[in-house]
Design a protein around this ligand. Structure first.
Ligand code: IMP
Length: 419
């Protein structure tokens, strides 16, 4: 049937979890392909809040497969905690599949991340402190441990002792081999029933014409290649990451949906041209509940940046958009959209690839009238205030992609289909 990729188009926290949850009512499998427990996908079901870090957001619907692919870095302690937490709330997690090739986040990864952030002094990235960067660095440096290694006592012993020796020699870190060995061997025992070849599984599902959703974590501007490097995460968050993060060919992807918030937010450090420092920024933060689902950190808030959306449309090959949190703007008299940047007196329409140029860019805004009405009560697009429709049209025009889904409140029923 169809294979859909869902990605964030900004700096994460666009509302991908709820969009995936909504779309998953028709899906046979939900697949995570990158990131790790740095992600925090929030889904509201009948007033209850669920936050997913590693388990795909589709876990709330019965029947479909939840798959964690090889491109994800897995902290087994966090994964098991998440599974137990879901089970304690009556959610059965017997449909979970975990790639044996996914890399493992080890205790020393968190420590290394802490030391490296400390060492960066003024250039801190403001990471989620989940060991994500060092785990991916070990993968690329070919000294990481994979989930399959936890299933074999001899291999685990060999790889763990080599890793501990390495970190002792390089960073003088002293870890007890016996303690970690026992702990991770136990994780392997507990996870064994979920472990499989997820590339084979996903390709088989495709052959059977099943509907599959690939659930991206973080957002385009946090992509290690296409984001605002070095203020990025350590994986490929863009749609192309699906191919390597699962083991499928690019010809198998049918559609890419970009999730975009009606304004912009960013957690952690790094430039942010449309950031609002004053009162309106506070309104957006409080009304939009802009606090990190993983770390609880307050998110920086700003006006909608159309240059970023255009860029995200290009690097992801976006087919359509899901626009979220429109209701957060309900009380604003005037709303600004950034349609271009100005750099040294020149108008720039394309996202600059040099961070220092981008840092020096000033947003060029188009100012629009707000609607000053409660959109959260609206149940269909046609009933939106005209000013809100104009705002949506402007987003489509500046980004060059149509909005297909629109969210006006956190409940499942408040995700409206357009067209
Ligand atoms: P890391 O992924 O923990 O290494 O953090 C690198 C950067 O990505 C930091 O600026 C984080 O705040 C940001 N980041 C990582 N995951 C998320 C997410 O799920 N939402 C928003 N920002 C994130």
């Amino acid at each position: 049937m169809s294979n859909l990729v869902v990605v964030g188009t900004q700096w994460g926290d666009e509302g991908k979890g709820r969009v995936v949850d909504f779309l998953s009512k028709k899906a046979d499998a939900i697949v995570r392909f990158q990131g790790g427990s740095n992600a925090g996908h929030t889904v509201m079901v009948t007033g209850e809040k669920f936050i997913f870090h590693l388990v795909p957001s589709g876990a709330l619907r019965r029947g479909e497969k939840c798959i964690i692919g090889n491109g994800v870095v897995v902290d087994p302690r966090e994964l098991l905690e998440e599974i137990k937490n879901l089970q304690s709330r009556g959610i059965k997690v017997d449909n979970l599949y975990l790639s044996g090739s996914a890399h493992v986040v080890m205790p020393y990864h968190r420590k290394i991340e802490e030391m490296e952030e400390e060492q960066r002094d003024k250039q801190k990235i403001g990471t989620t402190k989940r060991g994500i960067g060092p785990a991916y660095a070990d993968k690329i440096a070919r000294k990481g441990l994979r989930i399959a290694d936890l299933l074999d006592k001899k291999i685990l012993a060999q790889k763990l002792s080599a890793a501990l020796k390495f970190w002792k020699d390089i960073y003088s870190l002293n870890y007890s081999f016996d303690k970690i060995f026992e702990e991770y061997l136990n994780y392997g025992r507990e996870l064994r029933k979920y472990v499989t070849d997820t590339s084979l599984l996903v390709n088989q599902l495709m052959q059977e014409n099943k509907d599959i959703i690939f659930e991206g974590a973080q957002g385009t501007l946090l992509d290690v290649d296409h984001g605002t490097y070095p203020y990025v995460t350590s994986s490929n968050t863009v749609s192309g990451g699906v191919c390597t993060g699962i083991g499928i060919g690019p010809t198998r992807i049918d559609k890419v949906l970009g999730v975009v918030k009606a304004y912009t937010t960013r957690v952690g450090k790094g430039p942010f041209p449309t950031e609002i420092k004053g009162e309106i920024g506070k309104i957006l933060r409080e009304k939009g509940k802009e606090y990190g689902a993983t770390t609880g950190r307050a998110r920086r808030c700003g006006w909608f940046d159309g240059v970023i959306l255009r860029y995200a449309a290009r690097v992801n090959g976006l087919d359509e958009l899901a626009l979220t949190k429109l209701d957060v703007l309900d009380e604003l008299e005037r709303i600004k959209i950034c349609v271009a940047y100005k750099y040294k007196g020149k108008i720039i329409k394309d996202f600059p690839f040099q961070l220092n140029v981008w840092e020096g860019c000033e947003p060029v805004y188009k100012e629009m009238e707000g609607w000053m009405k409660d959109t959260s009560i609206v149940n269909k697009y046609e009933d939106l205030p005209e000013e809100a429709k104009r705002y949506i049209n402007m987003i489509e025009k500046v980004g060059g992609v149509f909005v297909h889904l629109l969210s006006v409140a956190p409940q499942r029923s408040k995700l409206l289909t357009i067209g």
